[in-house]
Design a protein around this ligand. Structure first.
Ligand code: NAD
Length: 567
């Protein structure tokens, strides 16, 4: 990727305040979001342009980064910049209501859509891994995933421990304390439970301790188990990290007869070469092996993944609740090791999230371009004022204010859905329009960008994750995310992107994202009203089409037109 650019070294994050470097707020927002992704507080390895999720990058090279920044500074209000796998490739006159930036990352033609071709093209400098929010400039650090992780675990507790005490007294074992996985210990303690989390990389453990996502590090596994067991017995919320390989940890636990209540994983198993670490090597040794002999690395990595999955299955047989947390470890082991039982434990979407998707609910996120935390606190109040009947949303906002540290530009996440009111406004639109008013009135000091994860109700086709086990078998149909991106472009989103790969690896998913800049103008209100109807609306129609009653009911209640949706 070359050497870090001088501009980036000087900035080390997004510009803040109300004065512009670009010709308008929409372009300025794109520039600040790109730089926010690469803020050292936000990104996992910004000098390599890596934001999170293995090798998820914000730009293809430092030259491409400079090119994007220069284009954004010069881009007019009636122009659109095209970014192809992290490189600016064209700029056309469009119109004011069109997106300012259109992005396509990591996409390959079906027959070539695998890691082998991807790596070949990557080594020629022709393509970049955009993960999900890395290449679409919507990553906001571990705070972006925390509510999703919290909600998933809360739903798990509701289904399996129905005494209404969340995860109190329960031990969750997991691994992977990276950009996303690092949210797990805090999400467990927010649900009053106990978490033991392994990572092979000490720097990742230190980072989660510094940002208070994890409470302690144990000197060894024995101590971690003792402390976790004592905390669970006394009903205390507690999290502890151990420095070791996940497969080794699970084997040691199984040998010792230690069965946690819940077992999952968020190592970067979607990428066997640059994400997952094989057992028997330190991080430095493994990195050297990867450079020296990538084939041997992949072989060792997949072998460890198989042991890791066997460890999860053994715990499941002994009574633990097991689920895959969106890193495709089951698919990897089934495809490359011919493991027949890899899919014997479910993915988190069919197990815990799909009912939310049916109602168009997903991880809505917003970012204060001013850099002022007070602006996010004002939006927190707006959530409480607008949705007074939603107790769990209020509880979430209280918890987030109290326990989630800002990283980079102050931001917040909150799951909102479709659910139209009497004025025909969806939950997401109501909230966005309120923020726009607060910007217009000066109660918020600069524009706010609203965006979301690619993992959303109507924006992904991913047979091992978001669309696993769809009721009608349409798991691999990828027309839906493409329609989502086209529709949101037509509705006037300010940035729209389409990616391949993401959390589950090349060839395993297509997904999209969009941003809207709320600058207090009527134009922003018009765009927000449309996009925050079309975007969650895609979730409703996608799930209604697959035959989910909850989605058909939502469509009926919210007056969504489904031409062949029955009565
Ligand atoms: P990351 O690359 O930032 O972190 C992965 C971590 O796993 C690293 O700290 C690494 O040291 C550790 N690791 C790798 N192999 C290991 C092993 N064998 N044993 C112990 N530790 C090991 O990635 P991330 O952003 O945290 O994402 C993690 C995974 O979750 C990815 O596969 C990603 O695609 C997926 N993901 C899931 C969701 C979701 O909603 N569930 C969202 C985003 C990403």
């Amino acid at each position: 990727v070359g050497e870090p650019s001088e501009q980036w070294l000087e900035y080390q994050g997004a510009n803040t305040g109300a004065s512009l470097e670009c010709r308008g707020w929409r372009q300025e927002a794109a520039l600040r979001m790109l730089n926010n992704n690469l803020d050292p507080e936000v990104a996992e390895d910004p000098e390599s342009l890596v934001v999170y999720g293995g090798t998820g990058r914000a730009a293809r090279s430092w030259d491409a980064y400079e090119g994007i920044c220069a284009q954004l500074r010069d881009l007019g209000d009636e122009e659109t910049l095209l970014v192809q796998s992290g490189k600016p490739v064209g700029r056309f006159e469009t119109h004011e209501r069109a997106p300012r930036v259109l992005i396509a990352n990591s996409n390959l033609v079906g027959r070539w859509d695998d890691w082998e071709h991807f790596h070949e093209l990557e080594s020629k400098g022709l393509i970049m891994y955009g993960q999900m929010t890395a290449g679409s400039w919507a990553y906001i650090g571990t705070q972006g995933i925390i509510q999703g992780t919290y909600e998933t675990l809360a739903e798990l507790a509701r289904q399996h421990f129905p005494d209404n005490r969340g995860l109190e007294g329960k031990i969750v074992v997991t691994a992977g304390l990276g950009g996303m996985g690092g949210a797990q210990p805090l999400a467990v303690t927010m649900n009053h439970g106990v978490c033991i989390a392994a990572d092979v990389d000490e720097r990742r453990i230190e980072r989660r301790l510094e940002t208070e996502y994890c409470q302690e590090r144990a000197p060894d596994l024995e101590t971690a188990i003792e402390r976790a067991t004592a905390a669970a017995e006394s009903g205390e919320a507690y999290s502890v990290a151990v420095h070791m390989n996940a497969a080794d940890m699970l084997e040691a636990m199984n040998e010792r007869g230690f069965v946690p209540d819940v077992i999952t994983d968020q190592t970067s198993a979607h990428d066997e070469l640059e994400g997952y670490y094989p057992s028997g090597y330190t991080v430095e040794e493994a990195d050297a092996l990867r450079d020296r002999d990538p084939e041997a690395y992949v072989e060792a990595s997949l072998e460890t993944m198989e042991r890791h999955v066997d460890g999860i299955l053994a715990m499941q047989e002994a009574g633990a609740i097991a689920f895959e947390y969106g890193n495709n470890i089951r698919g990897q082991v089934a495809d490359h090791r011919d493991h027949e039982r890899a899919f014997d434990f479910p993915g988190f979407v069919p197990a815990y999230i799909r009912p939310l998707f049916c109602a168009g609910k997903g991880p809505f996120r917003w970012v204060a371009l001013s850099g002022d935390p007070a602006d996010i606190h004002r939006t927190d109040d707006a959530v409480r004022e607008l949705f007074p009947e939603k107790d769990h949303l209020r509880r979430w906002i209280d918890l987030a204010q109290e326990q989630v540290a800002f990283q980079g530009l102050p931001s917040r996440v909150c799951w909102l859905g479709f659910s139209r009111d009497d004025d025909g406004l969806t939950e997401r639109a109501r909230f966005a329009l309120r923020i726009n008013e607060l910007v217009a009135d000066g109660e918020i000091s600069a524009p706010v960008v609203v965006t979301r994860d690619h993992l959303d109700a109507g924006s992904v086709a991913s047979p091992n994750r978001e669309t696993e086990a769809m009721r009608d078998g349409s798991d691999a149909v990828a027309d839906w995310p493409i329609l989502n991106a086209l529709l949101n472009t037509a509705a006037g989103a300010d940035i729209v992107s389409v990616h391949d790969g993401g959390g589950v690896g090349i060839g395993n998913s297509l997904h999209t994202n969009n941003h809207i800049v709320l600058d207090g103008t009527d134009l922003a209100a018009e765009k927000a009203r449309r996009v925050f109807t079309t975007d969650p609306g895609m979730g409703v129609i996608r799930h209604a089409d697959a035959g989910y009653d909850e989605a058909l009911e939502e469509a009926w209640d919210s007056d969504v037109t489904i031409p062949m949706g029955g009565d």
